[in-house]
Design a protein around this ligand. Structure first.
Ligand code: ADP
Ligand code: MG
Length: 207
């Protein structure tokens, strides 16, 4: 029987693959029309490479990260790859995910993406979905919410973050070549980050 972490990665992968054309279309407007193609290729490989019976969450996430790093390409491959690998490191040996672990996943992912990509909030990247989602998640936990409630609120913040990317100029990555002409367009990477969080939430709800 597939492990929980494999089922969660499947939910993410299926969501990304189902939105391949949507993500690519967003990237056509402010990039080079490959974000959906890149991400779908990466997650197809993840679902082939990660052992479906892997119980160790850390090992599965590290494997997913290495696979994304070597198959996604573009700017997003190393960034998502790092996020999954850093998350894997902190969950090494764990077979159950707690609400506190999810908080650490957010923080390690963001730290990894920032270390590698040097972007901050407000530069029209995946961080504009992830940072507000992470902050909301931590706040909700501190107020007593459980993992699903906190992640529901975090997804709402991610969706707001994606909307916010339409209003700002890209200053990192390929979209920055457009300067102010990038205003009015939604960031593809913020969108794939939001889809990832929604898939994790749906996985947890359906468990
Ligand atoms: P490429 O731009 O190389 O074609 P993708 O199209 O796969 O790569 O991914 C583009 C996405 O990567 C952008 O929408 C943005 O969210 C994200 N991105 C680009 N540069 C950075 C960065 N330095 N930090 C964080 N995210 C970034
Ligand atoms: Mg691109």
């Amino acid at each position: 029987m597939p492990s929980s972490i494999y089922n969660c990665l499947s939910e993410i992968g299926e969501r990304i693959i189902a939105n391949k054309d949507y993500l690519t279309e967003l990237d056509r407007e402010i990039g080079d029309s490959d974000h959906g193609i890149n991400m779908a290729r990466g997650f197809k490989a993840v679902l082939e490479k990660v052992n479906p019976e892997e119980q160790d969450i850390g090992a599965a996430l590290k494997k997913a990260g290495m696979t994304l790093l070597s198959t996604v390409g573009g700017a997003s491959g190393p960034l998502y790859g790092t996020a999954y690998m850093e998350s894997g490191k902190i969950l090494s040996g764990k077979t159950e995910l707690t609400a506190e672990d999810m908080k650490k996943i957010f923080e390690a992912s963001i730290a990894g993406i920032q270390k590698r990509g040097k972007a901050i909030r407000g530069e029209k990247t995946m961080l504009d979905a992830l940072i507000p989602a992470s902050e909301t998640y931590a706040k909700k936990l501190s107020e007593g919410s459980d993992m699903i409630q906190a992640l529901e609120a975090a997804c709402e913040s991610a969706r707001e973050g994606v909307e916010y990317t339409k209003t700002i100029t890209a200053t990192k990555g390929r979209a920055s070549y457009l300067g102010e002409r990038s205003i009015g367009h939604q960031d593809p990477g913020a969108t794939s980050a939001m889809l990832t969080l929604e898939a994790i939430l749906d996985y947890l709800k359906g468990k």
